[in-house]
Unconditional design. Structure first.
Length: 77
């Protein structure tokens, strides 16, 4: 079975991320492929990370990463 990964950047999405996750999961739950969501918290100052931690079971495996665009781009080139 094919596996698809979706990368979802997050920045101060505390109020939106749970609805997004629920809508996404309901749309893709009957898909013919397995899938995963990879959330990337880009230095949120709200409780985005805590909300993501509640949505995932088990809790996220990776520590929170804080990459602002200029910092991330400087690491790529």
């Amino acid at each position: 079975m094919p596996r698809v990964s979706f990368i979802v950047p997050c920045f101060n999405e505390e109020s939106n991320i749970e609805d997004f996750y629920q809508d996404f999961a309901s749309c893709f739950s009957s898909s013919p492929f397995s899938w995963e969501l990879i959330f990337v918290d880009d230095g949120s100052t709200d409780d985005t990370w805590a909300t993501l931690s509640k949505l995932t079971e088990p809790p996220p495996r990776s520590p929170r990463r804080t990459y602002y665009r200029p910092a991330l781009l400087s690491q790529l080139w």
